[in-house]
Design a protein around this ligand. Structure first.
Ligand code: URA
Length: 245
């Protein structure tokens, strides 16, 4: 398969990181000169420690039994995130709902189907992007009834505070060019602001090394289809940004 420019850029950066590590290691061993040979040999461990697939798998394993907040007590499944570990575009939602909790996968309910349609309208597949949430376990109004539908609530600040570092770690590993936050809670939590989504949406802002585009949550579009045109405008801006690189 032909590699695109961004994939090559990512791989080039990975090579630079590995080369840097190798030189650091030589320096620590007291060497002051290095000789170029045709091949720099890295241990299997060194190789695997920079591969996004491995880093994500390691993080997911670490979170498997997480009980950092009360959501860990009531969840059926932790919803780590899914998609391409080298995605240029990452979607961030608020938190798993009933269907996601049952299956352990993000955005697979009604709102998720709409998100899939949006991604496909952007001429991509779900597998091309990465999808995650601000919190990894289902926030429920009544935690005693995980089977009940309509038992969803937004995550609380203390739950976000416990879980957000893991999302930041995922972003650090994936290194997307663009993050699209879906709805009020994802946007405000990542940007640490309280400005309404209606004001924030449609305008890129900086987030670390990437650009962040806030837009409405697909669930909001299910309630009010008039919002669809705004989300499509925002997606077109994301595609335009991508075509610049
Ligand atoms: N809503 C979200 O914010 N995230 C999901 O994964 C599903 C629904």
């Amino acid at each position: 398969m032909k590699k695109d420019k961004n994939q090559m850029k990512k791989e080039y950066n990975e090579i630079l990181t590995l080369t840097g590590k190798y030189l650091e290691q030589k320096k620590e061993q007291g060497e002051r000169q290095v000789y170029l040979s045709k091949e720099i040999k890295l241990s299997q461990k060194e190789k695997s420690s920079t591969v996004p697939e491995n880093l994500l798998a390691k993080l997911e394993k670490k979170l498997k039994n997480c009980r950092k907040c009360n959501l860990g007590e009531s969840r059926t499944n932790l919803v780590f995130g899914a998609g391409n570990p080298r995605a240029w575009l990452m979607f961030v939602g608020e938190g798993p709902g009933h269907d996601e909790d049952m299956k352990g996968l993000p955005f697979i309910g009604r709102a998720g189907k709409l998100l899939t349609n949006i991604i496909e309208a952007m001429k991509m597949k779900r597998e091309d992007v990465y999808i995650a949430n601000i919190v990894k376990c289902h926030p429920m109004i009544d935690p005693g009834q995980p089977q009940k539908r309509g038992n969803d609530r937004p995550p609380r600040p203390e739950e976000i505070a416990q879980c957000k570092p893991f999302l930041l770690k995922q972003i650090e590993i994936i290194k997307p060019e663009v993050i699209c936050t879906l709805g009020t809670h994802a946007t405000q939590s990542l940007l640490e602001i309280t400005t309404p989504i209606g004001v924030l949406r449609g305008k890129f802002c900086s987030f670390g090394n990437c650009k962040l585009m806030p837009t409405y949550h697909p669930a909001a579009l299910l309630r009010n289809s008039n919002l669809k045109k705004f989300v499509w405008e925002d997606m077109k801006k994301i595609m335009k940004e991508r075509s610049k690189n």
